[in-house]
Design a protein around this ligand. Structure first.
Ligand code: PGA
Length: 270
């Protein structure tokens, strides 16, 4: 696992975007796993900037990690009333780059038979050849996607109930601003499973800010446990990169080791 620490949010975002762009350039028809939340917005802004300079998304396929259940894209509604992750992706990335709509996938929050839709989503990822690079945030409760504490570390795409901390965090970040009452927030979501995420060839986790420092340290250096589902990063068999700002890295014990490894890899161009 490579742990990269950058001075601030902008530098973290630039580093993550550079890794994604390198993949898009070397494999123009790559499959990206994408994430929502406040953390990846800067990474998407960087990618949009790179697209203006020629980065080509025309053959890229994407699969998003999750979507609230009971919320789907409704372009007739103003953005601040539609809190769907499909809408988020459209606003924060898709509409700014030359990605084909049919190549983008977000679980359908309005699926009539959600469990069947989850199976279809898994099959669709397989048909696309699997995920080359999965971008991941980390929730305040340590979740990856909406794999809340107690989710099996081999779980697949399914419907999951959101826990209280996630509801509180997402209310503060998104719903409050939109004037939506807390009780009106969706309480369930469709989420890729931890098992699904672990099959990605490259897992790229990003985190910033003081609020994440403790949970990041637990996930990276603590016990592997279904109580902190992102601790499954320690089991990821493929390439694994964690990019943090200094605040989010503040509670890591092995920080000197990570810096040493980064220095060596730069020196030997690995
Ligand atoms: P955030 O959410 O980026 O809004 O902090 C991260 C997550 O829940 O994965």
């Amino acid at each position: 696992m490579d742990v990269i620490v950058r001075e601030n949010y902008n530098e973290m975002s630039k580093y993550a975007a550079k890794l994604i762009a390198e993949l898009v350039k070397s494999k123009p028809n790559c499959v990206l796993g994408l994430a929502t939340g406040s953390t990846p917005i800067g990474t998407y802004k960087e990618l949009i900037g790179m697209h203006k300079e020629g980065l080509d998304f025309s053959s890229v396929k994407t699969f998003n990690l999750d979507e609230y259940l009971g919320v789907g894209i409704d372009l007739k509604k103003p953005y601040n009333q539609d809190q769907s992750y499909a809408r988020f992706m459209y606003e924060e990335l898709f509409k700014h780059v030359n990605i084909k709509k049919e190549n983008t996938h977000v679980p359908d929050g309005l699926a009539i038979e959600p469990e069947k839709h989850c199976q279809w989503y898994e099959e669709e990822i397989k048909r696309a050849g699997g995920i080359d690079l999965q971008l991941l945030g980390i929730g305040g409760d340590g979740h990856w996607a909406f794999n809340e504490p107690g989710s099996s570390l081999s779980s697949r795409t399914r419907v999951e109930a959101l826990n209280k901390q996630t509801l509180d965090d997402n209310y503060e970040s998104f719903y409050k601003k939109a004037g939506i009452k807390k009780e009106e927030m969706p309480h369930f979501a469709i989420t890729m499973g931890i098992g699904t995420i672990l099959e990605s060839r490259h897992a790229l986790m990003i985190a910033n800010g003081k609020k994440k420092a403790e949970v990041v340290a637990k996930a990276l250096e603590g016990a592997i446990t279904s109580q902190i589902t992102s601790s499954a990063i320690q089991l990821h068999p493929g390439k694994t990169t964690v990019v943090l700002d200094e605040e989010a890295a503040a509670k890591l014990k092995n920080i000197e080791h990570y810096k040493h490894v980064e220095g060596l890899k730069e020196e030997y161009k690995l």
